[in-house]
Design a protein around this ligand. Structure first.
Ligand SMILES: Cc1cc2nc3c(=O)[nH]c(=O)nc-3n(C[C@H](O)[C@H](O)[C@H](O)COP(=O)(O)OP(=O)(O)OC[C@H]3O[C@@H](n4cnc5c(N)ncnc54)[C@H](O)[C@@H]3O)c2cc1C
Length: 377
């Protein structure tokens, strides 16, 4: 099996394939000198159950045990901390959407609840609550460390006998009589009956090698790194103003990560300081102490999104042996472990058994079967 891309998704697929069947030859090909340095390196590490679609909730439920037990499996801790996620809104309409989401999440066994503005004010006095209509809180949500997760998966793949080739850009996908036979880079030829594209923001380019259109867009997404404020404790939930998308996520004692207001952007990962300015203004609207925030730096990455903001995971029927796992729409770090397990099932068993993967099918767009994710930030 050849896997194109050594980000969290490609490494997780390799790891889960080998965990299921140690005798497989699994080769990960990564264009960059190191694994995990493209979209995965920019992730802020957030992991949540609070989604509006069943498949996204189930992918999180499948991923969390991996984050919790990664150290036992690979020798590297994921750094998972269940500090919770808090969404708040000043919109009556959005509260209705939250109520529907909470009902779905609770039906699937998630311990999540609605909060009143008074409860939000009492628990989080640093947040303005006089205009709020409500919010939601799930203390099973949290975050882990993307660098550590990549290291754990890499170590796991290598321990199980997988090969990880860096500085190897796949420039050709070989086929015979329509069926996949392997991949080529300028230096290597790898024979493989199955090729998985896990190329993150570069998915359309890789899919074009087999003349397939996979609708993944790469959009700029920025994060502001600021000095913590004394009013905002280190152990707060990942807190999101659902109306603007603005979030604050504490990175331990040393930094506060701010972002979420740039929902779309050009495919250019260089910082736009007008986006930073807009983000800080939206922050002050929700957290008055943000008036005194000291920005240390900002960074930008490319976020790969699909048209319905859900991942595209599965076989591409017109090219037997070609699979894709991409378009995670800002959820690929948290759903990376589950995506690896689901893809291993698809390849080895012919179908996913741990979740109903129909909503992730690469063919759903042309078949008009999309669900849409209600809460995007
Ligand atoms: C600013 C930001 C914050 C985010 N925060 C979160 C978060 O809090 N929680 C969350 O779950 N997600 C978050 N995400 C999303 C998450 O980072 C991604 O969904 C996830 O990292 C996708 O992983 P990947 O392996 O698909 O992509 P990548 O990490 O980009 O891996 C793809 C790899 O494929 C390689 N590649 C491409 N083409 C080729 C080729 N032809 N040959 C060989 N190699 C190739 C690339 O070099 C790359 O290393 C965030 C994203 C951004 C940008």
């Amino acid at each position: 099996m050849a896997i194109i891309g050594g980000g969290v998704v490609g490494l997780s697929i390799a790891y889960h394939l080998l965990k299921r069947q140690k005798t497989l030859r699994v080769v990960v090909l990564e264009r960059e000198p190191m694994v995990g340095t493209v979209e995965t390196a920019r992730a802020t590490g957030g992991i949540r159950h609070q989604f509006g679609t069943e498949v996204n909730i189930r992918l999180t439920q499948l991923s969390i045990p991996f984050f919790q037990h990664m150290e036992e499996e690979t020798g590297v801790s994921s750094g998972f901390v269940p500090h919770g996620y808090l969404f708040v809104t000043a919109s009556a309409e959005r509260v209705q959407a939250y109520q529907a989401n909470v009902a779905l999440q609770r039906r699937l066994g998630v311990d999540v609840r609605l909060l009143t503005p008074d409860e939000i004010g009492a628990a989080y006095p640093w947040m303005r609550n006089d205009d709020l209509v409500g919010g939601t809180l799930c203390m099973q949500d949290g975050s882990a460390d993307p660098y550590s997760v990549v290291q754990g998966l890499y170590r796991g793949v290598r321990t199980l006998g997988g090969e990880v080739l860096t500085q190897e850009e796949v420039t050709e996908i070989a086929r015979e009589k329509g069926r996949i036979t392997g991949v080529r880079t300028p230096n290597e030829t790898v024979a493989a009956p199955v090729v998985v594209s896990a190329a993150g923001p570069y998915t359309t380019r890789v899919a074009a090698l087999v003349s397939v259109d996979i609708p993944v867009k790469a959009e700029r997404r920025q994060v502001v790194v600021a000095v913590p404020l004394p009013e905002i404790p280190e152990d707060i939930p990942f807190s999101i103003d659902g109306d603007t998308g603005w979030y604050v996520h504490m990175a331990g004692k040393s930094a506060m990560l701010l972002g979420g207001t740039d929902k779309t952007g050009p495919p250019d990962p260089t910082v736009d300081w007008s986006v930073v300015e807009d983000n800080l203004q939206k922050g002050v609207q929700r957290v008055p102490a943000m008036e005194r925030v000291q920005v240390m730096r900002a960074y930008a990455g490319l976020r790969s999104t699909s048209p319905d903001y859900q991942a595209i995971v599965g076989p591409v029927p017109e090219v037997p042996g070609f699979y894709v796992a991409a378009g995670f729409s800002g959820h690929g770090f948290m759903h990376g472990p589950a995506a690896g397990q689901v893809m291993a099932e698809m390849i080895l068993d012919g179908r996913a058994t741990s979740v109903d993967a129909a909503p992730l099918s690469p063919t759903r767009f042309r078949e008009g079967r999309t669900q849409g994710e209600a809460v995007i930030f």
